[in-house]
Design a protein around this ligand. Structure first.
Ligand SMILES: C[S@@+](CC[C@H](N)C(=O)[O-])C[C@H]1O[C@@H](n2cnc3c(N)ncnc32)[C@H](O)[C@@H]1O
Length: 243
């Protein structure tokens, strides 16, 4: 990943502590536990979350992320922003790019299942896509969420749009190229809401300049903290495509 972190005065010791701990945990997972945290969270969900209950799956993943190992899920506070955007868009057809272990797919899928909608979720990593698929199936949402393994570039030809809402939560250096791909392919319509996660933590200046200044979006920043890390500033950009 080539994205850089936004550096604010006074925030570097907290960021350094967080990244250092993450690095050590990953080494520990690989060489001592010999199990990825993604497989660990899947096992935990299957053991502790009520089958067929998206709410129970989300709560169980939150517990794992707070009490065991940090997870890069959108998490509950930014998840609430995402849920409000789904309501505002009256979303039925949704695209997610970056699924990780299926937390946001479960959150979006839960909303769409109640409103007769469908989520298409694109995930680059084979392992993560499989974990996400099993988590979503445990939540009882397999018929609402379709996973595609790849990138927007590889999958765009198979997408049926336009989408009512797009959730960008993959590597930050491709937010802008992927948004442009969606624009060029006619997969956005006037009123489509594009929600971009982590824009207050990572430096995504090129993306923010585009949605704030190109004249084709009404865009606002929702301040938040990094998932499960109250001391680290983050935020979500919510942009309404105007055509
Ligand atoms: C922050 S996590 C996604 C978290 C997820 N949206 C959630 O809230 O549960 C980022 C994911 O994006 C995936 N990814 C990275 N680059 C990608 C790309 N170009 N296309 C699709 N997925 C990508 C990574 O493999 C990783 O699983």
């Amino acid at each position: 990943m080539t994205s850089t972190i936004r550096k604010r005065p006074g925030s570097m010791p907290r960021i350094a502590w967080f990244l250092g701990r993450e690095y050590v945990t990953r080494l520990y997972d690989r060489y001592i536990r010999r199990q990825s945290r993604e497989h660990a969270v899947l096992e935990y969900v299957v053991r502790h979350a009520t089958r067929g209950s998206p709410g129970s799956v989300l709560q169980t993943m939150d517990t794992f992320a707070r009490e065991r190992r940090w997870l890069q899920n959108v998490g509950p506070s930014k998840g609430a922003v995402l849920l409000q955007a789904l309501r505002d868009a009256q979303a039925r057809r949704v695209l997610e790019i970056g699924s990780y272990c299926g937390y946001s797919a479960t959150l979006i899928g839960n909303y769409l299942a109640a409103h007769g909608g469908q989520l298409t979720a694109i995930e680059l990593s084979r392992r993560n896509a499989e974990v996400a698929r099993q988590v979503v199936a445990h939540a009882g949402l397999a018929s609402t969420v379709t996973f595609r393994r790849g990138t927007l570039e590889t999958e765009i030809g198979a997408l049926a749009g336009p989408f009512d809402l797009v959730f960008l939560d993959h590597w930050k250096d491709v937010y802008l190229p992927d948004l442009r791909r969606l624009e060029d392919a006619g997969l956005l319509r006037p009123g489509t809401i594009v929600v971009a996660d982590n824009v207050g933590f990572f430096d995504v200046t090129d993306y923010l300049e585009h949605v704030r200044n190109c004249g084709r979006y009404r865009s606002r920043f929702e301040r938040a903290s990094v998932e499960y890390q109250d001391a680290l500033e983050d935020g979500v950009e919510v942009s309404v495509f105007t055509g």
